[in-house]
Design a binder for this molecule. Structure first.
Ligand code: EPU
Length: 417
């Protein structure tokens, strides 16, 4: 197993390119199941989750060429199943449910269990598919879905769910008639998926707003190459890296409008920004100002940035109240940040972070993807050596983060445990 060894205290300076978005490419890969032919995606990051999804598509009978330009041919898909071993390592596997049942009228997908950040049920995916005419049985730990045909419907989602919205949008693409999805996720990754589906001939309107209307089509067209949007969470993580190390970093290949809530929050901490059409320069403040934050669905502050923001607040000049409103158990990084000297208490979904003068390097253990990123950020600012173990969590969602940070002047290296 790999670990990262960080010698903290270096100001990060320079320019770095943001990779393609993990949470955009995964649904695009699932969407490739909707129609045969070679699907080609560009700007694809090198991530463990993407390799896992490639394995899943390969298991189903697709031809997959898993590199920076990702090519997938789903013409010969014949195994309509996502097995437990793959779903348990990556919950996003559940995204194959909608497209499989839409194209083949049948799917068998392992029920994802709880995970390190919450229970994460998929009841809304199931309820929505049932409303489209899919018969769903839960048997032997699997969702077994079958339909004679899918018929459009008006579906209200009780909670805003990103992959739920994506699954239903993909299913409704090939349904008979019109589907209206209400109270949907407005995340840029949902919009990216709608754009790709529309490029295949789907008729999706309203992605990015709270109502999406899908006029079903009989079949989709031959795929065209598609460029994945940049990763707003990787971008946000690099901006925090500038702030926490007292540095100045320019990120390129990003979409600044996707970063608004993050940049606004970082401005409250005293950081300053120059913003261009596809780049952002972030400058640290002399003193990190403590401020409160609540996580919300897009365009609110993302839960996927909560742990990284908390790392910054550990060195704030006062007290910060951080409220996690999306997942019920997303504070696993707190006990590890405390090992570095942070002063954090938790009450339910709220963490109270009292800023300390300095963090001191220690051995810490990553527990999930974004928790790992927060420990790396804290390690960059801590005095002395921080060792972050179980880096495989980080590799699920960051494309060689240590290389990017090194290029900005961080002393960070990957070694074996
Ligand atoms: N929920 C339900 N029932 C459902 C679906 C969701 O109760 O059927 C609840 C969840 O338990 C949670 C809330 O609704 O409390 C929102 O969950 P959502 O479904 O939006 O999460 P997700 O689609 O499983 C995606 C991202 C996550 C990100 C969340 C929230 C992908 C592949 N994953 O998950 O990304 O945190 O949206 O923005 O898009 C990450 O990248 O680190 C990550 C965890």
């Amino acid at each position: 197993m790999d670990k990262l060894v960080i010698s903290g205290g270096n100001e990060l300076k320079g320019t770095i390119k943001v990779s393609g978005a993990k949470n955009a490419i995964l649904p695009l890969m699932a969407a490739s199941l909707l129609t045969e032919g070679w699907h080609q995606f560009e700007n694809v990051p090198q991530l463990r989750d993407i390799r896992t999804f490639c394995t899943l598509l390969d298991y189903m009978g697709a031809e997959v060429d898993c590199s920076e330009t990702l090519r997938i041919n789903t013409s010969d898909v014949n195994r309509l199943e996502a097995p437990y071993d793959l779903v348990k390592t990556m919950r996003a596997s559940v995204l194959v449910l909608g497209p499989l049942v839409a194209r083949f009228k049948k799917a068998r997908v392992s029920l994802p269990g709880g995970c390190a950040i919450g229970a994460r049920p998929i009841n809304l995916h199931i309820k929505g598919l049932e409303a489209l005419g899919v018969d769903i049985q839960l048997r032997h730990g699997y969702v077994e879905a079958e339909a004679k045909k899918l018929v459009g419907n008006h579906i209200y989602l009780d909670l805003v769910t990103v992959t739920g919205t994506e699954n239903l949008m993909m299913a409704a693409t090939l349904a008979e008639g019109t589907t209206v999805l209400e109270n949907v996720a407005k995340e840029p990754e949902v919009v990216d998926l709608a754009n790709y589906l529309n490029s295949l001939g789907a008729k999706i309107d309203g992605a990015g707003s709270h109502i999406i209307t899908i006029e079903g089509v009989k079949e989709l067209n031959t795929p065209k190459p598609y460029r994945v949007i940049p990763d707003r969470i990787e971008a946000g993580t690099l901006l925090v890296a500038a702030g926490i190390t007292g540095g100045e970093v320019t990120i390129t290949n990003c979409i600044p409008s996707h970063l608004e809530s993050i940049i606004h929050k970082l401005q409250e901490t005293g950081m300053t920004f120059d913003i261009g059409d596809n780049w952002v320069t972030a400058r640290s403040a002399d003193q990190i100002l403590s401020t409160d934050v609540k996580t919300l669905p897009f365009p609110g502050f993302p839960t996927d940035m909560q742990a990284q923001f908390m790392a910054l607040m550990c060195l704030g000049n006062g007290t910060s109240v951080i409220t996690e409103q999306i997942f019920e158990n997303r504070f696993m990084h707190v006990s590890e940040l405390r090992r570095l000297g942070a002063d954090i208490s938790i009450d339910g979904r709220t963490a109270v972070v009292k800023g300390v003068k300095e963090l001191l390097g220690a051995k810490v253990m990553a527990t999930d993807l974004r928790a790992s990123a927060s420990l790396v950020l804290a390690g960059l600012a801590a005095k002395g050596i921080t060792e972050v173990s179980r880096v495989y969590h980080l590799d699920r969602g960051y494309d060689r983060l240590e290389k990017k940070l090194s290029a900005l002047g961080a002393k960070i290296e990957r070694t074996k445990e």
